[in-house]
Write a protein that binds this ligand. Structure first.
Ligand code: ADP
Length: 571
């Protein structure tokens, strides 16, 4: 989770996922909404066209005059409208010659005698009033309204004004108005219609067993013509069916025959175009802006989190560059954490190097001060006539300057080793010869110094090896009291040449052992330059041995003696 890569990846994934989900949701919402609206509109249009055509069929005996009605509907609703008869023969079609074929299944069947099983109320057939009858009834209705303002008049499909909300068989409203009574009078047209209906009804009743009968005389009041009144409650279902059939049979000759209605888009049956371009444009914009804001916020938070340790690192680097070696960064885990750790260790290393450099300078100054002080002191004393420049004094001064010379040589060697410019001149040598040379050069009357060698040949710089071994032998002799013994051994062990310098001297305290190879380190800090070395000998030895690809180590017991061991690769 702390990996920068994983965090970036997961973050991008989450943002992409959210965007896709919201976009998909938005798109589906917009599309569904648009389609639903379109469908609703189309359905409403279809219903209106259907209703208009049923109305036409109910009031016309055939489809002959339908053209203008259909054209008007097609224009108003922007649809192609076509009608065929039951056999599929085209009655009317608003599509031109180029229009594609009509669909296989019609949209609906136009039959005023069967609108969801019912007879369309606009199919009035022979009950349609003549104009003068209509006029007369209309004037009665107007009088009734004038006389009784609670009454509301509606016109029924056959042209007869009727009192709105009046239940069949009730007529108390017009008790005080004579015109109410006139309004209820059956017209000649209605009586004729009734007779026609009765003919069909009686014919049907004749097919039934028993003697169900329609009232023989024509009804005098129009409310007696209502179907609910005509078909008296309690008659058998057969009689009700006969009444219904009689109505249909009577009307069939007065309405247009059933026709099939086809409704398609104006340019054929291609699916209607749904325009989504402006659908919820504001909503889409708002949601898009919302996602943008959310993504921006999340990016900002994540970026801040990512950048914080980088900023800390930058600040720490700046401080380090300005010389502050205590700058440390806490970068947590992950890539940045690794970087912070690397920086911290680099900073520690720098601090350590700095400390070493300072110590080195102060050590060098300290080491130079004593011999220089001695030389200056004696020369001043001579100048002032306090000392004679006799051979003894000159010998002393020479000794001090040799000491300085050695110190400067040692420092030069170390500086070369540090800079990596310590040049080796390897050649095939017999290591036992080197040991013999060193042992002979360091012979001492107070100490038994001897060599135990086996012939070992390798490629190395003989001068530098002599210097390295010489330092070890000189130390051994120096730190071994008179009567002690120093043995230099040379042998081959596996693929390495081993040089051991073992003494029976003072030994080194266990806590000092890790420091003996450090620069300017001496176990006895008070030792003068004369009795001890500069504290650089072992450091130089280690550098020289390591330059040959070897290692140097020490084992020591305080009061018993030390053994220094150089291990060199033979190859
Ligand atoms: P120095 O010039 O002081 O000998 P070195 O680097 O050669 O400096 O040695 C560092 C210190 O290690 C010495 O001051 C001494 O305390 C200790 N040391 C080195 N060799 C021996 C030894 N053979 N026996 C005991 N102590 C030793």
């Amino acid at each position: 989770m702390n990996s920068l890569l994983v965090r970036f990846f997961l973050f991008s994934l989450v943002i992409a996922g959210c965007s896709i989900a919201v976009t998909a949701w938005l798109a589906s919402q917009a599309t569904t909404g648009a389609i639903r609206q379109e469908q609703g509109e189309a359905f409403e249009t279809d219903v209106q066209i259907y209703d208009a055509l049923v109305g036409y069929a109910a009031s016309h005996g055939d489809w002959g005059q339908v053209r203008s009605t259909v054209d008007e509907l097609a224009r108003r609703y922007d649809r192609r409208v076509a009608l065929t008869d039951q056999n599929g023969r085209k009655l009317v079609d608003t599509g031109d010659q180029n229009a594609p074929q009509l669909p296989v299944t019609p949209k609906a069947l136009i039959d005023p005698l069967n609108v969801n099983g019912e007879i369309d109320p606009r199919a009035v057939g022979p009950f349609l009033l003549k104009d003068d009858e209509k006029r007369k009834l209309r004037s009665y209705a107007d009088q009734l309204v004038r006389c009784n303002d609670r009454v509301e008049i509606v016109e029924t499909p056959n042209g007869r004004p009727r009192i709105k909300g009046l239940e069949p068989g009730r007529h108390s409203v017009w008790d005080s108005c004579a015109s109410g009574e006139y309004l209820q009078t059956v017209t000649a047209t209605e009586t004729a219609g009734y007779r026609e209906l009765q003919g069909y009804f009686v014919a049907c009743l004749a097919t039934l067993p028993g003697n169900a009968m329609l009232p023989a005389k024509a009804p005098g009041r129009v409310d007696e013509l209502d179907w609910d009144v005509l078909v008296v409650q309690g008659t058998t279902p057969d009689v009700v069916r006969c009444m219904d059939e009689a109505r249909r049979d009577m009307l069939r000759t007065h309405v247009a025959p059933p026709a099939q209605l086809f409704l398609t888009a104006r340019a054929g049956d291609s699916p209607q175009q749904i325009d989504l371009s402006t659908t919820g444009a504001t909503r889409i914009t708002l949601v898009a802006l919302g996602i943008l804001a959310l993504a921006g916020f999340a990016s900002w938070v994540t970026a801040t989190q990512l950048v914080r340790p980088i900023r800390a690192l930058t600040a720490a680097t700046k401080r380090t560059a300005e010389g502050d070696r205590t700058a440390r960064v806490d970068g947590g885990a992950g890539e940045i954490g690794q970087l912070a750790k690397s920086f911290n260790s680099m900073s520690e290393k720098l601090a350590e190097t700095e400390r070493q450099r300072q110590a080195m300078v102060s050590d060098v100054a300290h080491e130079l001060r004593t011999p220089l002080g001695n030389i200056t002191g004696w020369l001043e004393a001579t100048q002032d006539g306090l000392a004679e420049p006799d051979p003894h004094l000159i010998g002393m001064l020479l000794e001090e300057s040799l000491l300085l010379q050695r110190l400067v040589d040692d420092l030069h060697d170390l500086a070369q080793a540090d800079a990596g410019t310590l040049r080796l001149h390897p050649e095939p040598i017999a290591l036992d010869d080197v040991v013999d040379q060193v042992v002979n050069a360091q012979q001492n009357r107070e100490i038994l110094l001897r060599a135990e060698t086996t012939p070992v040949h390798l490629s190395a710089d003989p001068v530098r090896l002599r210097q390295a071994l010489g330092n070890l032998v000189a130390n051994a002799v120096r730190y071994t009291p008179p009567g002690g013994e120093v043995v230099v051994r040379l042998f081959q062990w596996q693929d390495r040449a081993i040089l051991e310098v073992a003494d029976t001297g003072t030994g080194i305290a266990p806590e000092d052992v890790p420091h003996v190879f450090d620069r300017f380190w001496r176990a006895d800090k008070s030792r003068s330059r004369r009795t001890g070395g500069s504290g650089l000998g072992l450091a130089i030895t280690r550098h020289l041995v390591e330059a040959h690809g070897g290692t140097v180590s020490v084992t020591s017991t305080l009061g018993e003696g030390s053994t220094f061991r150089i291990s060199l690769p033979l190859a």
